[in-house]
Design a protein around this ligand. Structure first.
Ligand SMILES: NC(=O)c1ccc[n+]([C@@H]2O[C@H](COP(=O)([O-])OP(=O)(O)OC[C@H]3O[C@@H](n4cnc5c(N)ncnc54)[C@H](OP(=O)(O)O)[C@@H]3O)[C@@H](O)[C@H]2O)c1
Length: 253
């Protein structure tokens, strides 16, 4: 029976390999959900149920591992846990009830997402409690922590603002797509993804652990190709789509 450190190592490698495979694959095969849903990917689930099943393993795995640790109530690990859980409790249990008319999701992508999330939540909690002697009170003044928390907060705000703008495009019960305007949509087609990437890069800086770095890499590897696919789709669907917008990185990509 592997001990907890060995389990952590296996899960970390799994997440790293998943990120690398995802990054290559997603440039050729757009993940089949939302506007990119198509036939041939097996049975699908109601979008609310799918989001909860896919995302909830992350905060649950995180909380179980984190609160089992003797370091759970130390200031710095607890601050990092608050950031992680603020994002994931919203994403798992509030966001699914705020979206309007979301498309169904294949069981296949939901299953991959659940397995990824249970591993990712658990290893991030384990890393900031059991493997982080640097996360003492003095870390609160370290530039990596300060910059990381600021970046996380900024990304969180950008992500939420974008999610709200998308939500406002549909009346209750409405489906279909419109051109979003306002906020970071002035510069990019997918500010929700841009904000999410900033959040996890910020978290990786603030936590300074391999698990957080791998998660930031995974997020970018997942969302950059999807943002490029969304961007191309907007241009194909709307002839008047703003030409100056980039896909996901303002002025760059
Ligand atoms: N950390 C990660 O790796 C990761 C992975 C995936 C998602 N996420 C996060 O989860 C959130 C949702 O992701 P997503 O991939 O579902 O984002 P999305 O494709 O932008 O869709 C978000 C919601 O807005 C609706 N929507 C999108 N564009 C619209 C438009 N032009 N007009 C009207 N409605 C529109 C979608 O409806 P439909 O469902 O009908 O398309 C969906 O309900 C984001 O904040 C993202 O950052 C994170």
């Amino acid at each position: 029976m592997p001990d907890s450190f060995e389990l952590y190592q296996y899960a970390l490698w799994f997440v790293l390999i998943f990120a690398a495979v995802n990054f290559v694959l997603l440039w050729f095969v757009v993940a089949p959900y939302g506007r990119h849903l198509r036939k041939g990917w097996g049975p699908t689930l109601n979008p609310r149920v799918a989001w909860i099943l896919m995302e909830a393993p992350s905060p649950i795995g995180f909380a179980l591992v984190f609160f089992a640790s003797a370091r759970a109530f130390e200031l710095v690990p607890l601050t990092l846990a608050a950031l992680f859980l603020a994002h994931y409790v919203y994403r798992s249990f509030i966001y699914p009830f705020r979206t309007r008319g979301g498309a169904r999701k294949p069981v296949l992508t939901v299953s991959f997402g659940s397995v990824f999330n249970i591993c990712n939540g658990s290893i991030n909690a384990y890393a900031i409690t059991e493997l982080a002697p640097h996360l003492q009170a003095s870390w609160l003044y370290d530039p990596r922590f300060l910059l990381g928390v600021a970046l996380f907060g900024f990304g969180y705000a950008v992500n939420h603002q974008a999610d709200e703008i998308l939500r406002s495009l549909r009346a209750p019960g409405e489906t279909g797509y419109k051109i979003p305007y306002g906020g970071f949509y002035r510069w990019i087609s997918c500010p929700n993804y841009f904000g999410e990437i900033l959040e996890w890069v910020g978290f990786a800086l603030a936590a300074w652990t391999p698990a957080a770095a791998v998660f930031a890499l995974f997020t970018a590897s997942n969302l950059v190709p999807r943002a490029v696919a969304h961007h191309r789709w907007y241009h194909e669907k709307f002839s008047g789509y703003p030409r100056e917008r980039r896909a996901v990185l303002p002025f760059l990509l």
